[in-house]
Write a protein that binds this ligand. Structure first.
Ligand SMILES: Cc1cc2nc3c(=O)[nH]c(=O)nc-3n(C[C@H](O)[C@H](O)[C@H](O)COP(=O)(O)O)c2cc1C
Length: 217
């Protein structure tokens, strides 16, 4: 698949087939990820590839931690999000509602319970960054993450970037015995898309060029 096709076609996958991904295929995706640019070529990303029994244990541990204490996700991080951004979230969830309803669920519980078990994907790529790096290095992590997701799509796999689960970062850190100086910043559920899963065919909207581009001639 050429780059432009991958760019235009990729969309979030939240339903995966119960099928393992061959390790060499994951390795290729990680190699694609590591060709991402980074400031001064610092390559601040670290990937933990979580599969098999370890992924089952991680899912169980997150479930148990949620049962003990439900943490609330605050996407605004204490700031007031300007209305136009809030409106886009509302549009997303309004459009997702009938698809999620067809699964006998409602938006919040589907996204929350799904995210906390990585939508039952057979693999999770956990991206971490050294705690002493400045937060603008997260841009580089984002670039590696996007490479990952485009590569996965081009190679016949699907992905869902998941930030919600990082509310339980300490459980992730403990279960995977992640070095203390690494901070998990994003997880990516990875697997073969289930073509029958209704929400997988949903394409989220985007604004027109005029809305997000200012030409300064
Ligand atoms: C940084 C980031 C965090 C995200 N976190 C979650 C998440 O926790 N749960 C989830 O279901 N989707 C999550 N998503 C997926 C977004 O909802 C999705 O990318 C967005 O609606 C646009 O849809 P598309 O990826 O199909 O183009 C996340 C995406 C990004 C980039």
């Amino acid at each position: 698949m050429d780059t432009l096709t991958a760019l235009r076609e990729r969309k979030t996958v939240r339903g995966f087939l119960d099928k393992d991904i061959p390790k060499p295929l994951i390795q290729e995706i990680l190699l694609d990820a590591h060709w991402a640019p980074s400031a001064s070529n610092q390559q601040p990303w670290h990937f933990h590839v979580v599969t098999g029994n370890t992924l089952c244990t991680l899912n169980e541990n997150i479930k148990a931690a949620r049962k003990k204490k439900q943490k609330t996700y605050d996407p605004s991080k204490g700031k007031t999000i300007p209305p136009e951004y809030v409106e886009r979230t509302k549009t997303l969830f309004r459009e997702l509602r009938p698809l999620i309803s067809s699964l006998g669920d409602e938006n919040r519980s589907f996204i929350e319970s799904g995210s906390y078990r990585f939508y039952d994907a057979p693999a999770v790529l956990l991206l971490s960054m050294h705690q002493d790096l400045p937060s603008n290095r997260l841009l580089d992590i984002g670039m590696a993450a996007q490479n990952c997701m485009l590569s996965a799509h081009a190679r016949g796999l699907g992905t869902c970037a998941i930030a919600l689960t990082l509310l339980y970062a300490e459980i992730i850190q403990e279960t995977l015995a992640i070095e203390k100086d690494l901070t998990p910043v994003l997880s990516i559920a990875l697997g073969y898309p289930d073509p029958e899963f209704p929400i997988n065919n949903y394409r989220s909207p985007r604004d027109n060029l005029e809305k997000f581009v200012s030409w300064k001639d």
